[in-house]
Design a protein around this ligand. Sequence first.
Ligand code: NDP
Ligand code: 8X3
Length: 251
Amino acid sequence: MPSVLITGATSGFGKAAAQRFAKAGWSLILTGRRVERLKALEEELSEQVPVLTLALDVRDSDAVTTAISGLPEEFLPLTCLINNAGLALAPQPAQKVALEDWHTMIDTNITGLVNVTHAALPLLLKTGKGASILNLGSVAGQWPYPGGHVYGASKAFVQQFSYNLRCDLLGTGVRVTDLAPGMAETEFTLVRTKGDQAASDALYRGTTPLQAEDIAEQLYYLATLPAHININRLEIMTVRQAWSAFAIDRD
Ligand code: NDP
Ligand code: 8X3
């Protein structure tokens, strides 16, 4: 039975991915900070497949290394790592935001992702052919927009880190993908606005955002491609989102 390690499984893409991989019979290693949600997910899915939950903050490198290096044998070999835990904060212009929010994004989206990757690499290398690292990037990593500042930059890191990993992993059979979604309706905007449900509802109202299940389906697709195929970057948007014109400052 293949096993998948999903960071940020307590909500959104990570939770939907856990449900999707469970449906296909994969063993699940699920992480996140909110213990009650992890417990609920374990209760929901452990009737279908073996589930191991690890309450983890991805920013804590010691905790991450200890947990991943000590995975029980029954959850090995590790076939797929989904580096999904992440967040945006402070949608205001750069000159108006708190430095602490920038640090939190960098610590989570960059340092956290690197912590988990470093800890899981030995296990993925042991699996070799057919193993995958699926990193959640974003359209914001490629396309700038107002208020994107450190969030977009952190996702640009995810893209380049994914590409560079591919170079080093050449010959090992381990695949790496930067999966870059556009607007998707999860708790993402609630987190970004620090709990402003009205702002979150307003963003998604009157359009058709991607749903967490759409991304989960892509993750499952990527993880189960024939072993000789590596999709380097997969950018995905709702058909109701596109780019906009350059902004011009006029007198
Ligand atoms: P959600 O807010 O719904 O889920 C985010 C998940 O990340 C939660 O499970 C949360 O768990 C976890 N998380 C956040 N910080 C930490 C941390 N320090 N340690 C461990 N886990 C953490 O958002 P999405 O599902 O939308 O986002 C998932 C990923 O997809 C993110 O990387 C995001 O940047 C990216 N993305 C989202 C898009 C969108 O429009 N929704 C589009 C493109 C990319 P907990 O709080 O329990 O720790
Ligand atoms: C989040 C998607 O469109 O808000 O990564 O940048 S978007």
